[in-house]
Ligand binder design. Sequence first.
Ligand code: FMN
Length: 177
Amino acid sequence: MIDLSVRFSPSAFDKSTVEEAEIEAIVRAASWAPSAYNEQPWSFHVALRQDQAAFEEFLKVLSESNQTWAKDSSALVFSVARRERRKDGQKNDYAFYDTGQAVAHLSIAALSVGLQLHQMQGFVPAQCRRLLKLETGVDPVTAIAIGRPAHDQHFGMAHRTRKSIEEFFAMHREAQP
Ligand SMILES: Cc1cc2nc3c(=O)[nH]c(=O)nc-3n(C[C@H](O)[C@H](O)[C@H](O)COP(=O)(O)O)c2cc1C
């Protein structure tokens, strides 16, 4: 089995750059995520570290505490979701869920090339909407910092705890006569 404990949200990045082609490759890989009605409601808006002006614009949308470490990442991303179905304009109740799945796929694709993601809810949605010129019916979901972890992590790894499996796993067996 793949060891998914090696994925983590870095609290410090190493300030290196990542080529556009590499980011494009992991986003393409993430597009194989499943989605309700194959709607693929997600989009990824990306600013690379080497594109300083764009990177700064994205950074300013983040909460101050997130800016302190995200400034050292290689790429800043906003995942956004189209909340109406393309084919009939009906509300897509699974748009956020599917976008999250795409980001989960992105995180695994990133791992395979030595990159890690740190997702964030700490950003100002209205500012994000303005920056990305999002139309009605398209909403920002998460901000994401992508990069290579710095050698020393601000929070170490001890905070990475998980619930015990009994708390979220229920096996239903055939009732005994
Ligand atoms: C939707 C979402 C929002 C998050 N928002 C923030 C955030 O604003 N700031 C932050 O430092 N971490 C944020 N995180 C990271 C979580 O705190 C982190 O995933 C969690 O503590 C588990 O750690 P791990 O990813 O290293 O396993 C967010 C993660 C997710 C999935």
